[in-house]
Every structure is written in C-alpha cells, then in structure tokens.
Design a protein. Sequence first.
Length: 335
Amino acid sequence: MRAAIYRGKGDLEVVEIAVPPVGPSEVRVAVEYCGVCGTDLHDVLDGWGVSGSIGGHEWSGRVVEVGSGVPLEVGTLVVGHPGSTCGRCEACLAGRPNLCEDRPTAGVEQSHGAFADYVVVDSNQAVTVPPGVEARAAAYAEPLAVALHALELAGVDPGHRVMVSGCGPIGAAVVAALIAQGHDDVVVIEPSPLRRDLAVRLGATVLEPSDLKTPWHPGIAVDEPVNAVIETSGVRAAAESGLAQLVACGRMVLVGTGMDFPRLDSNRIILNELVVTGAYTYGAIGFASALELISSGLLPLDDLIEPGSVGLDALFDTMVRLRSGEVAGKVLVRP
Ligand SMILES: [Zn+2]
Ligand SMILES: [Zn+2]
C-alpha cells in the first residue's frame, strides 16, 4: 500500500509499504478521506513529528478486514477515534478521558495514521457512522469534536457574545457549531481575506486584529466585551489581545498551539476573575455529538470543506498552501 511517511522537518515521502497485519481485536480500514489538521502541519513543517510516522487522524473509511473477536461487519463506514482509556486514573474518574494517564503523548511516539491506503486500528478506535452521513462529511467529525469540546469548556450560554480568534479549520468549525446551535453574536478576528470571507459566509461578524484595543488599565473593560474567547490561531498577539476583550468572569479557551508563547496580563486576570484554560482534543461524548450535528444537516459543510480532494502526492504542497493561508476550508486527502 502507499503511505506518506514523515522523515524529518519539511520531508514527507510517499512510498510503498507492506499492508499491516490485523490482530484479533483490530480492524483494517480502507481510507476514504482524511482531513489535513494543524497538527499535521506542525508535525511536518515545524518538525514536531517523530521520524517514520504516518500522519492523518481525521479519517473516514470502510472496514475491509476484521480480527477474529470483532463484531463489526466488512463494509461498515467508520471514523477514527483515539480509542478507550484506562478508566482508573484521576482524569478518567473525573470524566476527562482525553487527559488519561495512558494516552500516547503527541510528538513522542511514532504514529500510524491515515495518510495511507489503509489504516489498522483497534476496533474501539473505529466509530460507526450513522446512516445517511456520507464519507466526506464523516471525515469532519474529528475537527468538529475538537470545536465542540472548546465550546463546552468556554461555558457558552444562549445570549453570550463569543469571540473566535482565527478562522482556520478549527476556528471555522467553532463558528459553524455556534451558529448551528443558534448563537447570533459571534465575532471572528482574522487577518487573511480568504478566511474572513469564510467567516462572513458562516454568519459571523469579522474584525481585523488591529481593530482590537487593550485598555491602558487592566481593570478597565473594552467598549463591547465578550463572554468567551476561543483562541484557535496559536498566535501570541491573538491570545494577548483576546484576554483584554473579556467581561468580568469571562473565559478564554486556548485551542491553537504555537511556539511563541503569549504573555497574559495576570493583573487583568485577577481584577476580573478571568478563567484561562486549554482545550485538548475532546471529551467522552465528543464524537457522538459531532456525528449528530453533522447528520442534522445544520452545518454548511460545502463552506467548511474544500471542494474535491487531493492525493497523497499532493499532500506536502497542500500543507505548504494551508500554512500560507491560501486555503480557507478543511482539505481532504483521498489516498
Ligand atoms: Zn485534527
Ligand atoms: Zn485513565
């Protein structure tokens, strides 16, 4: 089978490799579509990946072979999921399985993802797609689950004003989820014209980063503060100015990763009892909620997902174009 293997920073090689064997509790899936994630860009373009890894975790595909102990039927449409966790550690007991002690640490171990013809996973890492949802839409479940988890941690209530910083694939998913849930006061901060257009089509009000003011005193609020900021860009200045837009008791959720860390004004956090939290992947029901929202038909998937798809040979160039902001929507790879 063909696979795109990460060799080192800026080096992605498409090669022929052996089809991995299927263990008793495993399934082999023929990959239909796999979305390109910001994490994949960090891994390949920034060198965060582990050499020898195959990226791609936002996949949908058809089961083509099952282990002896697996009840799934060949032909079932499934999406990739991180799988079950230990169920015993403090995080698991607190209902936060995404933070389980046993989870693999990103960037430490080799990954065997779906930028390949086939992916072999444990059967609990293959979630059956509800009837009526096609493979393209199903591949959107993972990034949408990330967006829904961020919104959950933001404690967004009806009537809240929400700011989404960055309208790349995750930012766009957050905006689309908010609009689908009935929120009508969503503000997007985005410098790229292409992504600003997308934000407008999704139903947000769009501002440029330079439109945001930071009051001179940390106890003074801006004129039109927001209840929550979802920071998806990973850009230092975006997190720093985002904090200044919050109402008292407001929350900022950091989803976008980066290496130029923000300096958050602790005096503003104290004087306004602001909450700053990270959001990592998704909670226990993340995938179910995402698949439910996709099958509801309320999401404008034609805006969120780029038309068509790219093959493995075009994957590296696509990553470079995504990084430069030339592409606004989610790009799907069809191996
Ligand atoms: Zn992802
Ligand atoms: Zn655990």
